[in-house]
Structures are given as C-alpha cells and as structure tokens.
Design a protein around this ligand. Structure first.
Ligand code: NDP
Ligand code: 8X3
Length: 252
C-alpha cells in the first residue's frame, strides 16, 4: 500500500465517475468511491476490489454535514487522499430562462457548484498540510460556451471552470495540481437525468458516436499520471462529430 496513491471520486456510481474508477483500479490506484446509490456503490466495490483497495461513501454532495462527516470518518488507511476527482453533477432540465424550474436551478447550483466546494473544503486542508495533491474538476464544454436553454447548467459549469482557475492560483504555493477536464457530449445517464426519463433522452446520442465515459476516463488518467512537474491544466474534448455545443454532425 505504501507507494500507492489514493483517489476520491464523487459521482462514481455511473458514467464518467464509474469509468474513471475502473481506469484507476486497473492502474493500482486505491479508491474512495462516492455517490447516493448504495447498491451500485457496493456492486462496483465488489468488482474493483479484485484490482485494488476500495472504500465506499454514501452521501449527497448538497448535504454539507454529510459531506464532512463522511470524509472525517474515513478509516485510517483511507484518510490520506492524493487525488480528488470532483465529478458528481448533472444538468436538470433544458428550458428557456423564463420557463425554467426553480427546483432544477437549485439542484444544478447546489450539486455542481456548492457540492464541489463542500467536498473540496473537506479534502484540501490535508493537501495543503502535506504540500501535495491533485484535484481534477469535471467541467464541461458548457463551461466554455453558453447554448440556448443551457442557461443555468452553463452557469454552473462556468463556475466550475472559474473555481478551477481560482484553486490553481490559491494552491500554487503548496505545489498542488488543479485541472479542469471539459467534455462535450458523453453517452452516460446524463440525458436521462436532464430530461427526467423523457423520450428526449433517448435521442440525445442518436445519429452520431458520442464520447464514451471511458474516453473521458482515459484523459483523466493521462492527467493524473504525468510527471510531478507537469500539470494538464485544462482540457476541452469533443467527439469527432461535435464542433461546438450547437454543431453536431448527425446521420439522419
Ligand atoms: P451520470 O448521470 O451518468 O453520473 C452522474 C453522477 O453524479 C452519478 O454517479 C450520481 O450518483 C452523481 N450525483 C449526482 N447528483 C449527486 C448528488 N446530489 N450527490 C452525490 N452524487 C451525485 O452523468 P455523467 O457521468 O455524464 O456526469 C458526470 C459529470 O460530467 C457531471 O459533472 C456532468 O456535468 C459532467 N459532464 C457530462 C457530460 C455528458 O455529456 N454526459 C459532458 C460534460 C460534462 P448518484 O445518483 O448515485 O448520487
Ligand atoms: C454536458 C454537455 O452539451 O449537454 O455538459 O452541456 S452539454
């Protein structure tokens, strides 16, 4: 265990977080996997424990107390966290600003922005105390440009990009690496959540080959496996069919 790094991944029950957990496990990184769906956490833990040590934590990133008590209560051999992957998040709804739902807006700001801050606050002090660590925030192409009806989701992801830059500046004296990985369309449960199970979700990835969660996990692993002096600070990645948030070449 001595030389092995430990990573905490939020949103590890699905999509990009789950694929990242697999990629890290294959490469011998010890894992703390977080999410709200306990059964999934247990199944993933069971599968990946063949490859590495895995601890699971069940909390909602919106719940400040739950975030801190879960991380404070980590067992001794999982307390030292080298890598934080702030991935938990979703879009909720796709509506013009005058028709948007307050509950959707709360969910996106509370999960994508405040949740990321709570988890970061619970972990960064141990990194500054050791003067080492690596934080990767999963932003989005929606953090780089705004698209129609994307309003609040885009704002939440612009905030993630801004927080990444702010963290990189403030944590620079401590030698802590901070990065944002910003994917475009990735085929995960994202659209099921955004469209609340509506049929629109089924069309989201039709007619073109979207990024797969494993493609993003590859880039995350690449970033965390660079030499000590290299920080991959910011990545924008699209599938080949996508040129921007609004330009996607689809076969009709
Ligand atoms: P998924 O819906 O497949 O996964 C989302 C993950 O976030 C799940 O593991 C879910 O776990 C977790 N999560 C959601 N809400 C909460 C919460 N309140 N508390 C704790 N965990 C939560 O989507 P993706 O894998 O696609 O999304 C992962 C990240 O990637 C998000 O930040 C998303 O914005 C970003 N992204 C996605 C893109 C895409 O096109 N798919 C493109 C660009 C960025 P559980 O429900 O068990 O809590
Ligand atoms: C997810 C990609 O284009 O749906 O962040 O905003 S998009």
């Amino acid at each position: 265990m001595e030389n092995k790094k430990t990573a905490l991944i939020t949103g590890a029950t699905s999509g990009i977080g789950k694929a990242t957990a697999h990629e890290f496990a294959k490469n011998g990184i010890r894992l703390i996997l977080c999410g709200r769906r306990q059964e999934r956490l247990e199944t993933i833990q069971k599968g990946l424990s063949k490859l590495t040590d895995v601890h699971i934590l069940n909390f909602d990133v919106r719940d400040k107390k739950a975030v801190f008590s879960a991380i404070d209560a980590l067992p001794e051999d999982f307390k030292h966290i080298d890598i934080l992957i702030n991935n938990a998040g979703n879009a909720h709804g796709l509506d013009p600003i005058h028709e948007g739902s307050l509950d959707d807006w709360d969910a996106m700001m509370d999960i994508n922005v405040k949740g990321l801050l709570y988890v970061s606050k619970a972990i960064i002090p141990q990194m500054t105390a050791r003067s080492s660590g690596h934080i990767i925030n999963i932003g989005s192409s929606a953090g780089k440009e705004v698209y129609p009806k994307g309003n609040v989701y885009c704002a939440s992801k612009h905030a993630v990009v801004a927080l990444t830059e702010g963290m990189r500046m403030d944590l620079n004296p401590f030698g802590i690496k901070v990065a944002a990985i910003n994917p475009g369309l990735v085929e995960t449960e994202f659209s099921q959540v955004r469209f609340k199970g509506d049929a629109l979700a089924d069309n989201a990835y039709k007619g073109y080959k979207a990024l797969q969660p494993e493609d993003v996990a590859d880039v995350i692993y690449f970033a965390i496996s660079r030499p000590a002096h290299v920080n991959i600070a910011d990545v924008l990645m699209f599938c080949t069919a996508q040129a921007s948030s609004t330009i996607v070449k689809k076969q009709i």
